[in-house]
Write a protein that binds this ligand. Structure first.
Ligand SMILES: [Zn+2]
Length: 332
């Protein structure tokens, strides 16, 4: 049993309360490897932004759960080395699929977990979430739950159809489960293809897809039912077209990849939305940078020569999100 407090990590409670009051959102960046984590820590330390570093079940399978946990512990030490005296870093499980997965994370030093029972019938989602909350709260670990279904694909989480969160359910759900934050579905989506072309319009000038707007009326209704309660948005990458263009230019094939426009996320960040998940954008940045190097220098075979530029591009992306989209800079 390892308690996250001994690792220098923090839970989300105070962080979210401050974010809601201050009208900004905390970035939740996924990581699978060292380069991603280096870029996240550097961007957060240099902008003094609180940050949630999160791992999915897929990341745990890919990188090994033990190694990931030690990477997170190293992240705190690295942040201090970069001059961030009291790093505000949360280690979070993304899309926990069972009580056992959540327990194993809590027991190994996570400060926050998500239990995703959104695919279950309502009462089963409540029962599972409540069980995780009861276990987690003994160790002061915070719990994110989900109501409503997002479309798209993220590791093992996949759904064809989205169902908006029903505002009439949120009071009952939050009260009976005791969860600390709630992920809702208002039209965001997992992956780099968030919308089908037929859901979008096309900009006549650029020929690019313009996605449908988020359902802010659903968000408003949820906030009215649960004033001041921390709300989470998943699937909130913007799919920057400069990265998509780079990937396509250097041998990739990502036609019509489209994300959530940043001005909509900026608007959400000012509300009770206090955690915004961004994963695909850093995957795109990584891939774009690697493709460019390998295309321009076909003789290159030292991974540091293409993972290094990938890391730099991700760091630039994370800083941009922190400063220009979420507004969390200078808050830690
Ligand atoms: Zn998600």
């Amino acid at each position: 049993m390892v308690n996250y407090k001994d690792l220098g990590l923090v839970n989300t409670r105070e962080m979210f309360a401050k974010a809601i009051k201050g009208g900004y959102a905390i970035p939740a960046f996924n990581f699978n490897n060292m380069e991603q984590l280096q870029a996240i820590v550097k961007a957060s330390a240099e902008t003094k932004s609180p940050v949630i570093i999160q791992v999915s079940k897929g990341a745990r399978n890919y990188a090994n759960a033990t190694l990931l946990r030690y990477l997170a512990e190293g992240a705190v030490a690295y942040a201090k080395e970069l001059g961030w005296e009291k790093p505000q870093i949360v280690l979070h499980l993304d899309h926990g699929d069972s009580f056992e997965t959540c327990k194993s994370c809590i027991d190994s030093g996570f400060s926050s977990v998500m239990i995703d029972g959104s695919a279950l019938p309502y009462e089963e989602n409540i029962a599972l979430t409540k069980r995780v909350v009861e276990y987690a709260h003994q160790f002061d670990v915070t719990v994110e739950a989900e109501l409503g279904v997002l479309a798209g694909v993220e590791d093992e989480v996949a759904s064809e159809e989205s169902h908006y969160t029903k505002p009439e359910e949120v009071i009952d759900f939050a009260t009976r489960t005791g969860c600390d934050s709630l992920a809702i579905s208002i039209g965001t989506s997992h992956g780099a293809y968030k919308f089908k072309p037929e859901q979008c319009t096309r900009d006549p000038k650029t020929g690019r897809l313009v996605p449908p707007p988020l359902a802010f009326d659903v968000l408003d209704a949820v906030m009215e039912k649960l004033p001041g309660f921390p709300i989470v948005l998943h699937g909130s990458s913007s799919v920057p077209q400069e990265y998509v263009d780079m990937i396509n230019k250097y041998g990739g094939k990502l036609p019509d990849a489209v994300g959530i426009p940043e001005e909509q996320l900026r608007k959400a960040a000012k509300s009770a939305v206090c955690k915004i998940n961004i994963d695909s954008d850093s995957r795109l940045a990584f891939t774009a940078a690697v493709r460019k190097v390998l295309f321009e220098k076909p003789a290159e075979f030292d991974p540091r020569k293409y993972c290094g530029p990938a890391r730099d591009l991700m760091e630039e992306l994370y800083k941009h999100k922190i400063i220009n989209v979420l507004g969390s800079d200078g808050k830690a």
